[in-house]
Design a protein around this ligand. Structure first.
Ligand SMILES: [Zn+2]
Ligand SMILES: [Zn+2]
Length: 425
């Protein structure tokens, strides 16, 4: 016997009925994005490795250890995207979307890839819902992006959302901060090997070390917000002021950095009830240097990513009935012929209809109808057909009625419409 082939470690099949919930989450997200004027872009999963090395930063965990990078048959180094922002900026520049004044808003939904240790709720192929707004650097836009993110999460039914926020300053502020941090890091002992390496290459990256020991040492580290210049301070204060005005509770988190090099000014994360405090369901921030870093003009940007896999784990169980379905149970060859034509007619009327392709007993067919969650089963037997009639059975109560075969599709459509009105299905 040949062994069956299994999926790649860390990659997960998404099966019904769970896939239906994913569709609903994406539909809600699309609707809210549209409300805020964000348009969808769909991007390839593969990019040149250089795009991520240049944007995310060579010293980040992502680029140093987690990317799926390989050489293609032509000898080019390609990488499965580990995140979306760099890619959105690449597409924005390559397609001239940056030309013309004003803010450009995009969203994209899809899988990302990182070679991490697989654990509960974390996969090597994971999924994100991303929103990005490019071209304008004003605090009002930062707030709009945060409101958009919270709106999506609230419409999905998440409760106990907590917004954590910080300012990472501009590159000028960061030079000052880096100098202070470097001194601090040199004066302490006990950093892990990774941090010793980071300390020399890019001290900011020490801040997102996952080692508890390093995190404890960092409790006394200098804070970015103490290094903000006047412009960055004003920007941050205005963001906080607007959040208060809109009644959005927030917690300032002076040690919040994001695991990527390109963030500037506003950085934020959102946690939700059901996840650990460390486990954000979404995060984002401003990335004012990124467009220029990737060879474009000096245009600012801000965005967020929702971790869809983790989101799905904490979504409240929702009562989301499948659309009403009609099952056709046919007994005997002539009835099956009629049923097969009727199936086509019902679907043309916009109804979801199914039938048993295996020609089994009525009992087996009814049990299939139940399994499929049918609202009504139409029973077609030879005797009824000879009289031009069928039996229609309501599956939740069992009541039956006889309907004429002539005009049956329209009659069933009316029945389903009435059900929907009465919220019975
Ligand atoms: Zn600054
Ligand atoms: Zn460390």
């Amino acid at each position: 016997m040949t062994d069956t082939i299994r999926a790649v470690r860390g990659m997960k099949d998404l099966l019904p009925p769970e896939s239906r919930r994913w569709q609903q989450v994406e539909a809600v997200s699309r609707e809210i994005f549209a409300r805020y004027g964000y348009q969808e872009i769909r991007l390839p999963l593969l990019e040149r490795t250089e795009l991520f090395a240049r944007s995310i930063g060579a010293d980040t965990d992502i680029v140093a250890k987690e990317m799926y990078t390989f050489t293609d048959r032509h000898g080019d180094s390609l990488t499965l995207r580990p995140e979306a922002t760099a890619q959105v900026v690449r597409a924005y520049l390559e397609n001239g979307l940056h030309l013309g004044a004003g803010v450009k808003k995009f969203f994209t939904i899809g899988p990302m890839f990182r070679y991490e240790r697989p654990q509960k709720g974390r996969y090597r192929q994971f999924h994100q819902i991303n929103g990005e707004a490019l071209g304008v650097d004003v605090p009002e836009l930062d707030v709009e992006v945060i409101l958009l993110l919270l709106d999506i999460l609230k419409h999905l039914g998440l409760r106990d959302l907590e917004l954590l926020i910080n300012s990472l300053g501009c590159p000028v502020c960061q030079v000052d901060f880096k100098a202070r941090l470097t001194i601090f890091l040199a004066r302490r002992e006990g950093w892990c090997d990774d941090c010793l390496r980071r300390r020399a290459a890019n001290p900011l990256r020490v801040l997102d070390c996952k080692s508890q020991n390093c995190q404890a040492l960092l409790m006394e580290a200098p804070l970015l917000r103490d290094c903000l210049d006047d412009d960055c301070r004003r920007h941050y204060d205005r963001v906080l002021e607007l959040l208060s005005r809109f009644g959005v509770p927030y917690t300032e988190q002076p040690r919040l950095v994001r695991g990527l090099d390109y963030y500037t000014r506003t950085a934020f994360e959102v946690t939700a009830g059901g996840l650990g405090a460390q486990d954000a369901v979404a995060g984002g921030g401003r990335y004012n240097g990124l467009v220029k870093e990737l060879g474009g003009p000096d245009l600012p940007g801000i965005g967020f990513a929702i971790g869809q896999d983790r989101l799905m784990e904490i979504l409240p169980e929702q009562d989301s009935p499948a659309p009403p379905r009609i099952f056709l149970a046919a007994l005997g060859p002539p009835a099956r012929e009629t049923a097969f034509s009727l199936l086509r007619e019902l679907r043309r009327q916009g109804l979801a209809a199914e039938f048993d392709f295996q020609d089994r007993s009525l009992k087996a067919q009814l049990s299939l109808a139940n399994r499929l969650g049918a609202s009504f089963t139409v029973i077609l037997g030879d005797r009824e057909l000879a009289q031009g009639r069928v039996l229609v059975r309501r599956m939740d109560g069992g009541e039956q009625q006889t309907l004429p075969l002539d005009g049956l599709a329209a009659a069933l459509a009316a029945l389903i419409a009435r059900e929907k009105d009465e919220h019975r299905v």
